[in-house]
Design a protein around this ligand. Structure first.
Ligand code: GTP
Length: 365
């Protein structure tokens, strides 16, 4: 029986306020929670038992899957105190049922990738590896820890983020998907916080264990930041990234209960959630619009997320913004890039503008 662990216990701080009430893997991308896309992919690869390593808002995962009736066993390893990535893997390993030598797939709960999981499992077994890591290449490695390998793919070391060009000895980085020989999981210490990247992997290499990299040029994106999150969702809708749950690619994924005015343009892989209302001449490009959101006439929303039950006033302009749930942006606002509006916040008409106020000062001097 092929088994997998998915790490889903992180707080997702970089995606606040979206993650205030919803753990990152349960946020909606391309019409389904992200974790459901991952589960569908794991089932396609023959996985029959998944252990969720949960901590932050743990009960919401059981809620999400309480009616899940497909051919997959789901177990929950709940951490009362977050144990870090390595500690979480060790804690979840107690619930595995397979033999000691069996390969166990381990995924971060926020990585969208085109990796062929059957292929990486086969390579792991053929090499008799202790651990196989999926590695991806990045154009600017300075923001990542690096993983150089030799010609056979064996990992040489795990390097901290390089500070200079000379320290960029490779463009390969850890892509957040691993195969572990089950017995190797037992060597991770219990009962305390452990980082798999900073402690477990370097330790295994130092001990001379068979740690291999599997480097691919497949689609890969870490959905941890707001911009990556909207881009990942849009890529699933347009077909640049694939998921068994997205049957047809297109310019937009509009829920059948949403009302989109015929003069509105919804493009770039945008998603429009249930019961949302998109008014006349609105532009929604490469964005995620949640359920029950109302966007009034002439507003423009680019590369942004508007969470459920919020409203955007007429002629307002958003780019790279995150609007929390139940928020209201009045008419003729112009929000600067990277702005995050907390849940429930209300901005009056013309309250925030980048290009100067639209009307004379209303204060009596
Ligand atoms: P940020 O707070 O925005 O950095 O997000 P995050 O909390 O998700 O952290 P990060 O992106 O580094 O985590 C990578 C993966 O590991 C995600 O899928 C997290 O859910 C998961 N993760 C991180 N820390 C823990 C932990 O302590 N326990 C468990 N179970 N999972 C964790």
């Amino acid at each position: 029986m092929q088994e997998a662990i998915i790490l889903v216990g992180g707080k997702g701080t970089r995606l606040r306020p979206l993650t205030n009430h919803t753990p990152k893997p349960l946020l909606n991308v391309a019409g389904s929670s992200f974790i459901r896309h991952q589960i569908a992919k794991l089932m396609d690869a023959g996985v029959e038992h998944v252990v969720f390593a949960t901590s932050y808002l743990a009960s919401l995962f059981e809620e999400e899957f309480k009616d899940f009736s497909q051919e997959l066993k789901i177990s929950y390893a709940v951490e009362t105190v977050p144990l870090g990535t390595g500690g979480a893997i060790r804690n979840a390993a107690r619930l595995l049922r397979g033999p000691v030598d069996a390969p166990v797939l381990i995924l971060n709960g926020d990585i969208l990738s085109g990796l062929d999981l059957r292929d990486v499992l086969e390579r792991h077994t053929a090499r008799e590896a202790d651990v196989t890591l999926h590695l991806t290449r990045v154009s600017d490695p300075r923001a990542f820890g690096l993983v150089p390998t030799d010609e056979s793919g064996r990992v040489l070391s795990f390097l901290e983020k390089p500070k200079t060009q000379e320290e960029c000895v490779t463009d390969q980085i850890n892509a957040g998907c691993y195969v572990f020989r089950r017995s190797v999981l037992d060597s991770i210490p219990t009962g305390r916080e452990v980082s798999v990247e900073q402690e477990t992997f370097p330790g295994l290499v130092a001990e001379g264990r068979r740690v291999y990299g599997h480097t691919t040029d497949d689609y890969w994106r870490d959905l941890g930041t707001p911009l990556a999150f909207v881009h990942g969702s849009a890529d699933l809708v347009t077909g640049r990234a694939t998921s068994p749950l997205v049957a047809r690619s297109g310019e937009a994924l509009i829920h059948p209960t949403a009302a989109v005015d015929p003069t509105a343009r919804v493009t770039g892989g945008s998603t429009i959630g249930p019961h949302a209302v998109i008014g006349p001449r609105v532009i929604v490009d490469r964005s995620i619009i949640g359920g029950n959101v109302r966007v009034a006439e002439g507003a423009q929303i680019h590369e942004s997320v508007v969470d459920h039950d919020s409203s955007i006033g007429s002629e307002s302009f958003l780019r790279e913004a995150v609007v929390g749930c139940h928020a209201h942006v009045g008419a003729q606002n112009e929000l600067p890039a990277q702005l995050r509006l907390s849940c429930g916040i209300r901005i009056p008409a013309q309250g925030v503008r980048v290009s100067g106020t639209a009307v004379a000062c209303p204060t009596v001097h």
